[in-house]
Structures are given as structure tokens and as C-alpha cells.
Design a protein around this ligand. Sequence first.
Ligand SMILES: [Zn+2]
Length: 334
Amino acid sequence: MAQEEQKLATSRYAIGVDFGGTFVKLALLRFSEKGVKIEKFSSFPTKDYQRDALSDQLVIRIIKFKAESTYKGNRVRGVGIGMPGRIDFNQGMVFDLTNVPGWKNVHLKEVLQNKVKIPVFVDNDANLMALAESKFGAARGYKHCVCVTMGTGIGGGLIINGKLYRGMNFAAGEIGHMTLNENGPMCVCGGRGCAERYIGNRFILEEAMRQLRRGARSILREQLRNKFYNLTLEMLTQAARKKDEFSLMIWQEVGNHMGVVLADVVNFLNPEIIVIGGGVANAGALIMDPIRRVVRERAFQVSCRNLKIVPSKFREKAGIIGAGALVLTEVEKK
Ligand SMILES: [Zn+2]
């Protein structure tokens, strides 16, 4: 019993928010020696609310979690929010968001903190995924870590010497906008031939559909009955696991492209571990194998010695856990 009490005494609580393009997810998190646990969870569709109504919705839910926690005698240390865009971390200001309109130059930290009365921290979501994996997940115990999220966008977070590296203007880690082909197609960022333009999930599907329309042989052809626009990444993964040559080739290409980019990252940063997460990473070995092979083929041998390339531990929960981890990191710094 005494042991149990001690365990509770060392538990620390924080609220994590994963502000995505599709859903806003909140969790009351408990951190202890054993790791991290989601105590309470709630979510709502991002597009159901305009900007101010969305902030209000956040406030209501944060206050509810805080009250429930306080009722049980547990103090919530603060709120961490991960957002898909460019964020001034010091000021807690959102410069802009990639897939959510109406969020230009918003002082979110200030707005929320005045209402919820506990410290609020706002950061880029890929940074927070890196923090989650490095503090509690797949990269725990490593000093130099690169975390890549492969989804609609390709995000990157860097842990250097055990600390999150954000860069002068908080814009470091944009791995998805490293150039794969300088004469390639235009990217949303204004650049050309960015990695994301080839291996962002929409572009993986577009390329696969294009090849199917041009007559590529695949079991997906019968499955889709010419409605190629119904293709999903999950279908590509299932087909590849059934040894469908076409689907295997698509994943191989995705892995190759990511490998080329990561070989540059390895030569540039010489990390100990690369963690790969995001929806695209659910293809598992189908992309992990080519990524590992291409990195070893292309990066310096000395940089690859003892280098680990592993899947994310927390997967879709990495953002929310990282948001909570950010609170602890910042509050305990002071
Ligand atoms: Zn780009």
C-alpha cells in the first residue's frame, strides 16, 4: 500500500491536445515511472467550428479535465498543444496552419491561458511527436534522434543532445520539403519536387491511380472495378501483403524516396536513431525495409554504424503524448 501511495505521489498530470486538420483530440495524461497513461480522452471534428468557437470549445474541455482531476486531488501542471503548422514556441503564437484556414498570427497561448488559468504551451506537432518518442517511446535513452511523420504531409522533429531543436525561427525539421527532384512538380510550399510531393499520402494514391488507369496489372483492378478513385493506402497495403506485384512496387518506391531523403539527413546530422510514424508508416515492413536498405546504400558507412531506423511506439497517440511531455519539460525547467 505504501508503495502504491508513493507511486501516486510521483505521478504528474498534464493535458495534451493534438490539433489535427480533421480532429482535435484532448487527453488528460498521467506520467509516472512506469510511463504514460491516457486517463481521459475527448475529441471533436476540426471543421465543425470557426476559429474562435474552436478556441472556446478547447477551453470548455480543458477546464472540465482540470476540474475532474482536481476533484481527485491531482494537480494538472499545464496544457500542451501540438498544431500542424508554423508556431512561434516562445510566444505561443500560430503563424499559420497547413490544412486549417483562419489561423494566421493567432496568439493562442495568451487567449487560452487567460481562461484556463494554468500554463499553456503551443508547438509544432512533429516536434511534439519527437518529444514523445524521445522521452517515453521508441527513442528513449538516445541523445540524437530524428522523428519523421509520414501522412498527408511529411513532418520532421529533431532531438539533438537530448533536447528538441527548433531553429532560429522555430522552422527546423521540414524534412518533407527537402528536394527530391529540382525540376519536379510544384509543391504547396512554393518549391519544386519536394519529398512530400511524391510520398505525401495523397500523392502516393494519385500515382497508383494514374498507373492503374494506364492499365497496370494488379488485383486492385478487380477490387476497384474501374472506380480507381476509391483506392486507399490500406488497400495498397493489403494487396502488397498478398504479394500483388504492383502494390509491392508502389510501396518500394515510397520507401526508396524516403530512404534517399533520410540518407541525406543521416549524412547531415549523424543521428543515433530515426523513428518513423504517421499513417503511411502503417505499411510496416513494406516501407521500413526499403528505407533501411537505401539509407545504408547511400549514406556514409561510418554514419550508419549502430544507426537504428524503427517504427514509432505511440503511433497516432504520439502527438497527444508529446503535448503532455512538453508541459512537463517546460514546467520542470523553471
Ligand atoms: Zn514543399
